[in-house]
Design a protein around this ligand. Structure first.
Ligand code: 5RP
Length: 223
């Protein structure tokens, strides 16, 4: 199976975690796009969605699903999103699509986080994928030095020759060279550095379930 087919497989499998009549939280990325395609087939059972990005909002609206503000909804049953890396404990690296802050907000509001990923995303230790960190631009240079002190190389993510600007009007640092052995402690540590909006380690908001697309079908990991 191709990677695209594996993504479609887990996007479809995530439907079984939804409760008819309940608002769903929707993440961002190519795997989530497959989930949104699957969602279109049961849209009459979905009263609305809370979205983690402008990109997913546009796709949800295109299939006729109402998109609500996070502030309009007290509690979301299930949040479905992809990951750049996931470890055996359900801790993830996210933010490859630059939507990590809104993803963490919607995840924090949700009872269950259903991670959908192809098997290439399962790792022993987080850190091979460059770690995305959303930052306030005026803090970038100092934060690059703070990551260097931990042994990481942080670079401002660029788009068409300029720093990429997130949906929140901020920048992204991508950090290579780190091994995140203790995801909970690492997330707590970096989150309190002034100028960090969100670090892309999801340990406090880890997955409850991971649907992993493999050559043998969907493997379900629970945490
Ligand atoms: C976006 C994310 C995505 O979930 C992550 O990048 C995985 O994306 P894809 O499904 O395209 O591999 O965190 O900010």
């Amino acid at each position: 199976m191709t990677q695209d087919e594996l993504k479609a497989l887990v996007g479809q499998a995530a439907l079984q975690y939804l409760t008819p009549g309940e608002i769903v939280g929707v993440g961002t990325g190519s795997t989530v796009n497959k989930f949104i395609e699957a969602l279109a087939t049961i849209k009459h059972q979905v009263p609305g969605a809370v979205s983690s990005s402008e990109a997913s909002t546009a796709r949800l609206k295109a299939i006729g699903i109402a998109v609500l503000e996070a502030s309009e909804v007290e509690r979301i049953g299930v949040y479905v999103d992809g990951a750049d890396e996931i470890d055996a404990g359900g801790h993830m690296v996210k933010g490859g699509g630059a939507a990590l802050t809104r993803e963490k907000i919607v995840a924090a509001q949700s009872r269950r986080f259903v991670c959908i990923a192809d098997e290439s995303k399962l790792v022993k230790v987080l850190g091979t994928f460059p770690l995305p960190v959303e930052v306030i631009p005026m803090a970038s240079a100092r934060l690059v030095r703070q990551f260097a002190a931990l042994g990481g190389l942080a670079q401002v993510r660029m788009k068409e020759g300029s720093p990429l600007v997130t949906d929140n009007g901020q920048h992204i640092l991508d950090v290579t060279g780190l091994q995140v052995a203790d995801p909970l402690a690492f997330e707590s540590q970096v989150n309190q550095w002034p100028g960090v909006v969100t670090v892309g380690v999801f340990a406090h908001q880890k997955a409850s379930v991971c649907l992993l697309g493999t050559a043998d079908g969907v493997k379900t990991l629970t945490f």
